[in-house]
Design a protein around this ligand. Structure first.
Ligand code: 6LW
Length: 545
């Protein structure tokens, strides 16, 4: 019995993975930044197939993301299971509402999740990346990271630990600074996790942390302490996982931010973030989650033993090989599309017909706007109604935008959309990296325009007349090349008209300090008119693996 996990196991921007196991099931949580719903939870029983089960932040009034700039918001969370409940700790960074460290719990990872409880000092004073250890002696420990001030060198950080009271949901006792990174001069020691391990794993408490910044120099290191407050001594083999030494030609880079889990069968695994590269820069998918096998030698974890780097295929020896599922995967979108199924398989087809009572679980919106009906079901059967809430996608505002993460470098994105035609309104498809960088295929005043927006500049890449009524829009993506087409949706098999082509390297997260990958979705902007709307009949992203 053996099955192959295809990396990235969580494709599309889903960085900073944290993972825990409860019985036979593994649960992973990943970062979501300014998007809502936030902090997706995925479940797997074999480490090969991962299904979305819900989001930790699934009510718009749980947290105020309304003023969170792109790549701010919900950073690196940790998920643990203790005392019959799932615990997630996280920081909300930036924005105009409350920010800092918080804890959320749920009996069922599918939800409902509690409202967040803000934990005073939970961000360690403007820090990030909280984690929890529920120790075997009944005590609990919270750790995080923050910039050292003053640091012994620029961008030096401190990993700090305090005791956590799981009843009062607050930090107690003294703070202990336990780690600055494995290497002299290391920047951004971050993403810390404390794990109590058995004698077979060397015993004591393991501190897992990354360093080097989340781009090309990212790396994972480990240290051991007798207790959660240290002192910690680094593994002489540090860093234990990185691609920093592989050079610009490496197909996979930015490897780091890992969490460890045992599989209950004697095996150990890590989930880590990594980026697929194209032409030497980050692919549009940004930082994704990869599975890494782990062995133990001399009391230390060895990541990807014998290889030392991430692999696209990872063998899970005890997982059942499901031939039908694997055939489905390699046939990718085609089969699912032909069968007309609402595909939810990661990396293949994402499709929403807006027929059900709820929006597709993977459909994410930009920021929160509680009480504002910006993407609603029910106004027209089988459609979602977008009501513009911003003048343009360049604003740091909640938008009438709903999209899927772009999970593969090759994809075909289509939507059928009809707008009310309010003056100034644009409605259509967008590939969104941030407010500063996006590509729009939008209908405005009877014209379809393909516009690349980069740092305030609008580059028109083509126009075509739009038929009256409902239109179908298409963006065909091949790496950094995008072709845009339009046709009327009022007649079956109408001919397509090419609108234009755009090079979208500016949407890569490389070199712009971005933590996110690209989302592909529908939007409506450009008017405050209360009666303006755009109805979306279908949105689909067919990924070509
Ligand atoms: C996250 C930090 C990191 O908080 O990037 O790669 C930051 N690691 O741990 C945002 O994802």
């Amino acid at each position: 019995m053996t099955a192959i996990a295809h990396n990235p196991v969580l494709p599309g921007f889903r960085p900073d993975p944290s993972v825990c196991r409860v019985g036979d099931a593994f649960y992973a949580v990943t970062s979501s930044f300014e998007y809502f719903p936030g902090l997706p939870v995925h479940r797997s029983t074999d480490l090969v197939h991962w299904e979305p089960v819900g989001h930790v932040i699934h009510r718009e009034d749980q947290l105020d993301l309304s003023g969170v700039a792109s790549s701010g918001g919900l950073f690196a969370a940790t998920i643990r299971h203790h005392d019959g409940r799932f615990w997630v700790v996280c920081t909300l960074v930036g924005g105009t509402g409350r920010s800092g460290g918080f804890v959320v719990t749920a009996a069922d990872p599918a939800g409902p999740w509690s409202d967040p409880t803000w934990v005073d000092g939970g961000d360690g004073r403007d820090g990030i990346d909280p984690s929890l250890l529920f120790a075997r002696d009944g005590r609990a420990w919270w750790c995080g990271t923050r910039l050292a001030s003053p640091g012994a060198w620029p961008e030096q950080t401190q990993v700090w630990v305090r005791e956590f009271d799981p009843v009062g949901l607050r930090l107690v006792g003294d703070e202990h600074v336990v780690w600055h990174g494995a290497l002299e001069g290391a920047v951004w020691a971050e993403g810390p996790h404390l794990l109590e391990v058995d004698e077979a794993q060397g015993g004591g408490v393991l501190l897992l942390a990354s360093e080097g910044g989340t781009e090309r120099h990212h790396a994972v290191s480990v240290a051991r302490g007798a207790s959660p407050i240290g002192p910690f001594a680094g593994n002489p083999g540090n860093p234990v996982l990185t691609h920093r030494h592989l050079g610009r030609g490496a197909p996979v880079a930015n490897v780091g931010h890992a969490d460890l889990v045992d599989d209950g069968r004697g095996g150990w695994w890590a989930l880590a973030l990594a980026t697929r590269c194209l032409d030497g820069i980050d692919s549009l998918q940004g930082r994704e989650t990869w599975l890494v096998p782990v062995a133990w030698e001399d009391g230390w974890p060895v990541f990807a033993p014998g290889e030392g780097r991430l692999s696209r295929e990872v063998e899970v020896p005890w997982a059942e090989d499901d031939e039908a599922e694997d055939a489905g995967r390699s046939a990718a979108a085609g089969t699912a599309a032909a069968a007309g199924t609402a595909g939810t398989r990661l990396g293949s087809l994402l499709e929403e017909h807006f027929d059900g009572p709820e929006l597709h679980p993977d459909l994410i919106r930009v920021r929160t706007a509680p009480g504002v009906d910006r993407i609603g079901l029910g106004a027209r059967p089988g459609h979602a109604r977008l009501r513009p809430t911003s003048q343009s996608l360049a604003e740091v505002a909640p938008h009438a935008f709903a999209g899927f993460r772009l999970e593969q470098p090759r994809a075909r994105v289509t939507a059928v959309i009809e707008a009310s035609g309010a003056p100034g309104m644009t409605a259509g498809l967008a590939l969104r990296q941030s407010e500063a960088r996006h590509l729009r295929l939008g209908v405005r005043d009877g014209v379809v325009e393909l516009v690349l927006h980069v740092d305030g500049d609008e580059h028109v890449r083509g126009t075509a007349p739009a038929a009256d009524g409902s239109v179908e829009l298409e963006l065909a993506i091949d790496g950094f090349a995008v072709a845009a087409r339009v046709r009327t949706a009022q007649q079956a098999d109408a001919d397509w008209t090419e609108v234009g082509r755009a090079g979208v390297r500016p949407l890569s997260s490389s070199g712009i300090g971005s933590f996110v990958g690209v989302t592909a979705g529908v939007f409506a902007t450009g008017t405050n008119a209360a009666d303006a709307w755009a109805d979306v009949d279908v949105l689909r992203v067919e990924h070509v693996a």
